[in-house]
Design a protein around this ligand. Structure first.
Ligand SMILES: [Zn+2]
Length: 338
């Protein structure tokens, strides 16, 4: 491991990978900002970065999603292809596509002294590339040993079965999830031949259009605020999709399904007469995080302590199970010197 290699997460939630490179937060003095994906907890300080950095970079898909979300700063982003490598000063920065929401990229910085510093961002383990690195900054959302979910294929089956059962009984279904997860659920139902019309909130409508631009097949869908969408919601058998904070748009008499990563051990649970929670997550669970670290074999792991989750516990477990030194960041002194 090269000496003098500073990798940490700042209190402003910026992941510092290189001498000039940060991800997903702003920190003065770092002139290249990478946006790993369009979820709000990865957009901290974006306006400031656009004003102060030399370059703010994302994948094309992420830039399009941010534009669709109405983020005016997105116009200033430099869009690159997933897999592209940029040279910035003496450092090489590679964006590596990974399964999470459309456009998500992990970031590998190769420093002047040869040290390889990787930020995992949010990711699903099942298809994640295994990248050898010296220091790994790891998503810690599900970093406690109890945070274990069934295989995603099992979850897909459970979700489809609930939807199919409801539609078979003539009952509309309303689904709640974050952007990206909803479009994945929409495509899954289409692939399994659900051909009833979909209705989505205006925000989800704009996001869905971007997914279609990049090859997703979502079938027939309407905005819940449009004339046709409103009529379908009132009169027809349908499946509607909203964000978790858009529940007010839903008719409480429908079968309701919440998609969340915070249900463990079982693919779904029934919480009311017509209410279900499905263990649908775009993140790796605890066991997968440990397996991922084991395969990447870094010399040091920094667990991201700026985005909630279980960074302290995860660092302990990595040391205990794999013998790889690890610590959460930010800590009180907030700079980790390796
Ligand atoms: Zn995310």
């Amino acid at each position: 491991m090269a000496s003098g290699c500073d990798v940490f997460v700042t209190r402003s939630k910026a992941v510092v990978l290189g001498r000039r490179v940060v991800c997903d937060g702003h920190e003065d003095g770092y002139k290249l900002r990478i946006v790993t994906h369009a979820h709000s907890d990865h957009l901290y300080g974006l306006r400031e970065s656009v004003r102060k950095c030399d370059l703010v970079v994302s994948t094309r898909e992420t830039k399009d999603l941010l534009m669709a979300l109405g983020k005016s700063e997105a116009r200033c982003l430099v869009a690159v292809n997933g897999g592209d490598t940029l040279s910035y000063g003496e450092e090489k920065v590679k964006l590596i596509p990974v399964e999470h929401i459309l456009g998500t990229a992990q970031v590998l910085v190769e420093r002047e002294d040869g040290a390889r510093c990787l930020y995992s961002s949010d990711f699903r383990f099942r298809s994640a590339p295994i990248i050898k690195c010296d220091v790994l900054v790891l998503d810690s959302t599900y970093g406690a040993p109890g945070n274990v979910r069934p295989k995603i294929e099992e979850v897909y089956d459970a979700f489809y079965a609930i939807v199919e059962d409801a539609l078979g009984k003539g009952e509309p279904v309303h689904v709640f999830g974050f952007i990206g997860k909803v479009q994945e659920a929409m495509e899954l139902l289409r692939k399994r031949s659900v051909d009833d019309p979909f209705v989505v909130s205006p925000r989800m409508y704009r996001i869905s259009k971007i997914y279609e631009k990049y090859g997703f097949h979502l079938g027939e869908y309407y905005s819940s605020e449009g004339l046709v969408g409103r009529k379908v919601l009132e009169n027809d058998l349908h499946v509607a999709f909203f964000s978790p904070n858009e529940k007010h748009r839903s008719n409480m008499n429908c079968v309701q399904i919440e998609l969340t990563g915070w249900l463990f051990n079982v693919p779904y649970t029934k919480i009311g007469e017509k209410s279900y929670v499905v263990s649908f997550s775009g993140h790796s669970d605890f066991n997968q995080l440990i397996e991922y670290v084991d395969k990447c074999r870094p010399s040091y792991v920094v667990t991201d302590n700026a985005r909630g989750g279980q960074a302290v516990k995860l660092a302990e477990e990595i040391e205990k199970r794999l013998g790889i030194p690890a610590s959460p960041s930010p800590l009180d002194n907030h700079t980790l010197r390796l």
